[in-house]
Write a protein that binds this ligand. Structure first.
Ligand code: NAD
Length: 525
């Protein structure tokens, strides 16, 4: 990202480093006006039934399906992804999530009756799922369409107005506005503001009712601190350092291919990329030999390479110069500490094209095994026992995703449950993200809160608890006056009802009737 003036930001095509266009920081006044509009929209969105909101969502889905190729081309221009990466992780996933939530939202957001304990006899209990108000969405640059649209439509389905501030690196300026206008989706229900973290801070000061943030731990901390000043709830979807654990009994060819995809898809710029790979000592040499051989066969999107269509490649390029520098510094640190680069390990000079890389002889003193690298690099380490690999996998400040590869599903499940992460796949990597029915989110420094799945929809909803009593005229036992007799009766309920060693329904019923009669007398006084 290069800055022309203080408020104009260049958006750069990472493939050829040309400036695509510029965006401007949104002023405080403009941010206030956008939030005022969102507040004005709230009653109209709230008034829609969930089915009517779903009908709006379907307009978006249809438009995206019909215009997927042009949307994909725009995503590639700003991110440098390979076409298939962009297709599977953005366009396809957005459509899939919309399709699933069009079915699930009416079910999940339906008011529910819940049981009422016997001590509250005569009353009814319900949960109503109401909107929170206006939701602020702040996404990162790696999935510019998905990370805006998925939380935005979830928030909208719950009846909220939405303001999204895309990353200044891949803002996709005008794209969401176009999708909304041309699909006929409800005007102004989802608005977009552009700019850097400064605009993000202005949006937080406009006091949204909730912030959904996806990005780095560093920014997550800042957002949480600013939100704390206004007591705004936040969901934080942060970075990761996923471990892939490979046991000795696996189908080695399939696993090599799966780990390669997990480490190199989107050029390793996924929060749940394979960032560490632990392979059992019995198959270590064979596994390494095969993965190096296969990695060398991949077609990266070299600028200097003779590919007729630069999008027709296996591994796209790294989106930003600052990310390339992090990748290079992690590799340098590892090599200085004794690691060996078996293939890749560098960029094509003067470009954003980083070669798919395999590194061995790594250990946990190296940044490559501790910090998020976010590039097409797979460091591989040998392990001997199950206990050892669980300890290694958990030796991380992050807790986003991971994978366990073994034919022995009982062992794989045991190891999976010992890994402290929010997401985990068995004999695959990051595939749980491909299922919108599953919640997604992190533990430890990878953040908190969930999106997708039931929990991920309800995070944008105010679960209002409602108790309905009859206008019976009776005085409740916990109301005034407080007397010793009443206290004795209420206390005895603990023995008659809750103490499983001496529960006695008859005695409970007698006390209940006495309390009821006291309530009636008190009413008559
Ligand atoms: P980032 O934290 O630098 O920026 C994310 C967003 O925050 C951008 O829109 C940026 O403009 C905005 N921002 C920056 N400072 C701000 C501030 N003070 N107040 C408000 N907004 C501010 O992250 P990035 O470099 O764009 O993205 C890469 C990171 O995102 C990686 O760590 C990756 O793991 C993470 N990520 C996580 C998930 C997940 O679901 N857990 C998914 C994708 C990416």
């Amino acid at each position: 990202m290069e800055t022309a003036t203080a408020t104009r930001i260049d958006v750069v095509n990472p493939i050829d480093k040309s400036v695509l266009y510029q965006i401007e920081e949104t002023s405080e006044q403009q941010v206030k006006a956008i939030f005022a509009k969102a507040r004005l929209m709230e009653p109209a969105i709230r008034a829609l039934t969930v089915e009517q909101r779903v009908a709006e969502l379907v307009k978006l889905k249809n438009y995206i399906m019909d215009h997927r190729e042009e949307l994909l081309t725009r995503i590639i221009k700003e991110t440098g992804k390979s076409r298939l990466d962009g297709f599977t992780s953005e366009v396809f996933e957005i459509i899939d999530v919309m399709d699933v939530f069009a079915k699930l939202a009416p079910k999940f957001l339906k008011n529910r009756s819940v049981p009422t304990p016997i001590v509250l006899v005569g009353k009814k209990s319900e949960i109503w799922y109401e909107p929170l108000g206006t939701i602020l969405i702040i996404p990162p640059w790696n999935y510019p369409l998905y990370q805006v649209l998925v939380p935005a439509v979830m928030a909208f389905l719950c009846g909220n107005a939405v303001v999204a501030k895309p990353s200044e690196v891949t803002p996709m300026q005008g794209v969401i506005e176009d999708i909304i206008a041309k699909s006929g989706f409800m005007k102004d229900a989802i608005q977009v503001v552009y700019g850097t973290g400064i605009t993000g801070q202005r949006c937080i000061d406009a006091r949204p009712d909730k912030i959904h943030f996806t990005g780095s731990c560093r920014t997550g901390r800042k957002i949480m601190a600013q939100a704390a000043g206004h007591l705004i709830p936040v969901d934080l979807e942060l970075g990761g350092k996923d471990a892939a654990i490979v046991f000795e009994d696996i189908n080695i060819e399939r696993t090599v291919n799966g780990i390669m995809w997990g480490g190199f898809t989107t050029a390793g710029q996924s929060c749940t990329s394979v960032e560490r790979c632990y392979v059992h000592e019995n198959i270590f040499d064979k596994f390494v030999e095969m993965i190096v051989h296969r990695t060398k066969q991949l077609r990266p999107s070299h600028a200097n390479r003779n590919i007729t269509d630069p999008e027709d490649c296996d591994v796209g390029c790294v989106t930003t110069e600052f990310q390339l520098q992090i990748i290079e510094s992690h590799i340098k640190d590892a090599v200085e500490k004794g690691a060996k680069v078996l293939c890749g390990g560098k960029r094509e000079a003067g470009t954003h094209h980083f070669l798919p890389t395999i590194v061995v002889d790594v250990d946990h003193t190296m940044e490559l095994m501790k910090e998020e690298t976010f590039g097409p690099v797979i460091p591989i380490m040998k392990f001997r026992t199950e206990e050892e690999v669980i300890r290694l996998a958990n030796d991380s400040d992050y807790g986003l995703g991971g994978s366990v590869w073994s034919k022995d599903i009982t062992r794989a499940r045991r190891v999976a449950s010992a890994i402290k992460t929010g997401n985990l796949s068995i004999n695959n990597h990051m595939l749980n993200e491909g299922n919108p029915y599953l919640p997604f989110g992190g533990t430890k420094n990878s953040g908190f809160g969930r999106y997708k799945g039931e929990a991920g929809l309800l995070t944008f909803s105010n679960a209002k608890s409602v108790l309905v009593d009859a206008d019976s005229g009776n005085i409740d036992p916990n109301w005034y006056p407080f007397t010793k007799t009443k206290y004795g009766m209420l206390s005895s309920i603990i023995d008659h009802l809750f103490d499983l060693r001496r529960r006695n329904w008859l005695k409970f019923a007698i006390v209940g009737l006495k309390i009821d009669s006291i309530g009636k007398k008190e009413r008559l006084k």
